[in-house]
Design a protein around this ligand. Structure first.
Ligand code: FAD
Length: 466
């Protein structure tokens, strides 16, 4: 009697309920299927592929080389595999992207029709989206009452340890990791992203310990300052399931520092809320949550979008953020909000364009968190920041990057300017710029738009929505 354990966004051994069930059942084949076909427009972006490559390598090592890899449509591959290997049960932890729910439902039907059991588990969320509903059984649309209801409901499951006596089998007809061809061709970019990260379950645990040791004590305040090391940088590990939110929560709740600890828990809950929204409103990634935004006339151009992507807008904090993203596959949350507000409001480019670029370049690209966050900043989302609250990038950078350390890390060409001009070089006189060796338009771009008038234009366009 053998079974199949299908790894998806749970690339770990610790606290993995599907793994525990498979081990209990006896011998099993651990498998991973790269299924771009079913993902359609949401096939994994380039940065995610870099991460996945490293993560699968580590998972295979933990499984002593027994992970079997495949590429193609899982709806076709999995039933064929189960038949060929003689499996009587397939185990997996649930995923929540609409395309995955559709695919997995169909696979489950096909397998059960041929007398192969399917057992699915919650391995990625603290609360299942269908467990937390309003009194009238409708889903919440606002974070605070949602989170309150979560806390009043059942406690998240305690993490389960790695099972003993794992007897994994390998399919010798499966692909090698190289056979999946995950790594994009741009070698220099891949190397740079990899230089900033290490993938895998062990590293995820270390990142969590380092955060508890060094970041948690100042998390609530420090999380807003991009040059501080106060955030956990756990997002890609959580996205790929190298560590479970239950494991993280369990360890965090054991710490003393209640104010910072509770704030961190509420950020984990924003991740939950994003999944919750995507589950209940499956069009979140493609359509405005508030349909009144369907009539909004986006006024931005392709050229402006390109300048934003390349970190060449002439607004230092925006360019620093976009360059951090390109160079490391990550961007600090405060800066994500600033660049997203700048793109959608000052440049008038549709939030979907920004979300697409993030999707391709973030190592933590996540359909739920990315879509919910972009809509939140753009003002079109559930429980969104009101549209008229437009971030002023200069004020934001003066406040959260006071010494301009973050800006100068990614926009070093401005480092010689007197500090007060680094935030808004267009305010410096030609003489000041000259003595720092800078000519705007030559050494650093002229500012792409006037912050004041573009803000007014955005507000007027918004008013036009009625
Ligand atoms: P920490 O501050 O250490 O937080 C711990 C964990 O809580 C994070 O790892 C993450 O899983 C969760 N979390 C924190 N803030 C949020 C949030 N606002 N929404 C959802 N979950 C949150 N996060 C992604 O994981 N993937 C994305 O694709 C993504 N796209 C974003 C796009 C925009 C425009 C914005 C404004 C935010 C986006 N976020 C996304 C949310 C947030 O920026 C990142 O989760 C966070 O910066 C990751 O860094 P960290 O792990 O150090 O966070």
């Amino acid at each position: 009697k053998v079974s199949i354990l299908w790894f998806r966004q749970d690339l770990r051994l610790e606290d993995n309920p599907a793994l525990c069930a498979a081990v209990q059942s006896g011998r099993f084949y651990p498998v991973y299927i790269l299924d771009d076909e079913s993902a359609g427009p949401w096939e994994m972006g380039n940065a995610s592929r870099v991460w996945l490559n490293g993560s699968l390598e580590k998972l295979d090592r933990s499984l002593e080389g027994k992970l079997s890899l495949y590429r193609g449509n899982a709806e076709k591959i999995l039933p064929e595999l189960a038949a060929r290997l003689g499996a009587d049960c397939v185990y997996w932890n649930r995923c929540y992207e609409p395309w995955r729910i559709k695919r997995d439902t169909s696979i489950k039907q096909t397998l059960t029709d041929t007398n192969i059991d399917v057992k699915s588990f919650n391995g990625s969320l603290l609360w299942e989206p269908w467990e937390v509903l309003k009194k009238d059984s409708a889903p919440y649309k606002v974070f605070t009452p949602y989170y309150r209801a979560c806390r009043a409901s059942t406690l998240p499951a305690k993490p389960v340890p790695v099972p003993k006596n794992i007897t994994a089998l390998k399919d010798d007809k499966s692909l090698s990791l190289q056979g999946l061809s995950l790594l994009p061709r741009e070698k220099v970019w891949v190397e740079r992203v990899c230089a900033n990260w290490a993938m895998g379950e062990k590293v995820a645990h270390i990142a969590l310990e380092v955060f508890i040791e060094n970041g948690l004590a100042r998390y609530k305040k420090g999380r807003d300052y991009p040059s501080e090391k106060s955030v956990s940088r756990l997002s890609p590990h959580l996205h790929f399931g190298e560590v479970s939110p239950n494991f993280v929560l369990d360890l965090i709740l054991k710490q003393d520092n209640s104010e910072n600890r509770d704030h961190f828990c509420s950020e984990l809950a924003w991740r939950e809320f994003s999944y919750y929204l995507l589950y209940h409103f499956p069009k979140l990634s493609d359509e405005n949550f508030q349909s009144k935004f369907d009539g909004f006339s986006w006024f931005g151009s392709e050229k402006e979008l390109k300048a934003w992507q390349q970190g060449m807008t002439g607004v230092p904090i925006v360019d620093a953020g976009m360059r951090e993203l390109w160079q490391t596959g990550y961007m600090h949350n405060r800066v994500r909000m600033i660049v997203a507000s700048f793109l959608t409001k000052n440049l008038g480019v549709h939030w979907r364009e920004g979300a697409k670029w993030f999707w391709d370049t973030l190592v933590d690209a996540d359909l739920a968190s990315n879509s919910a966050s972009w809509q939140w900043v753009a003002g079109s989302g559930a429980d969104a920041a009101p549209y008229f609250r437009i971030f002023n990038p200069v004020t934001q950078s003066k406040r959260f990057d006071e010494g301009a350390d973050y800006i100068c890390t990614y926009v070093p060409e401005l480092a010689k300017l007197p500090a007060r001009y680094i935030f808004a070089p267009w305010e410096a006189s030609v003489e000041v710029l000259h003595s720092a060796g800078i000519e705007l338009g030559r050494d650093y771009p002229k500012v792409i738009t006037c912050l004041k008038s573009s803000r007014e234009k955005a507000l007027l366009t918004y008013k036009g929505l009625g």
